[in-house]
Design a protein around this ligand. Sequence first.
Ligand SMILES: Nc1ncnc2c1ncn2[C@@H]1O[C@H](COP(=O)(O)OP(=O)(O)O)[C@@H](O)[C@H]1O
Ligand SMILES: [Mg+2]
Length: 176
Amino acid sequence: MLEELSDHIMDIAMNSVRAGARHVSVSVQSDVARDRLTIAISDDGAGMSEDTLKAVVDPFYSTKAGKKVGLGIPLLKGAAEMCDGTFQVRSTLGRGTEIEATFVLHHPDLPPLGDVKETMFLLSVSNPEIRFSFRCDVDGKEFLLDTGEMRDVLGGVPINHPEVVAYLRRYVEGHG
Ligand SMILES: Nc1ncnc2c1ncn2[C@@H]1O[C@H](COP(=O)(O)OP(=O)(O)O)[C@@H](O)[C@H]1O
Ligand SMILES: [Mg+2]
């Protein structure tokens, strides 16, 4: 098991990066009334064939060169199911992929959330050419970050420029 939900988010979002996505959306939302935590990650990357899609929940399937096990998707599925949640992957070759995992919010096995904002920061600055749309709305605290909107304001200055990284760092720490 990965220890924190933010580790799962990093793994699933890196699949999107590897699939050549130009735009990756990540949302993490808690709904106390419905006792649910929902993590949704979608991308406009290469997508998966129906065969790959079927195999992808199998922990021994991976298209990574030299690697015999792919664990990112099965681990998130396992974590969601352990918390009486649900797991869904939708994917279309050439169009993209959507993954949604839900967890029972009060479940004793619910992994800690981890530092989701840090994960979002790291994904953004290490993949400056990709637009990330992040939304984290947990415990009544909402955090939004859209690197596409930032790019419009920056006018050609890359998201990994040291001053932009410093700005982003302050923003994720809540004093931007
Ligand atoms: N967003 C995605 N777009 C296209 N293919 C994907 C995506 N996510 C996963 N895959 C495919 O599913 C396989 C398994 O993914 P995963 O379980 O995370 O293991 P790993 O990333 O270690 O291969 C990947 O190797 C890739 O072929
Ligand atoms: Mg993976």
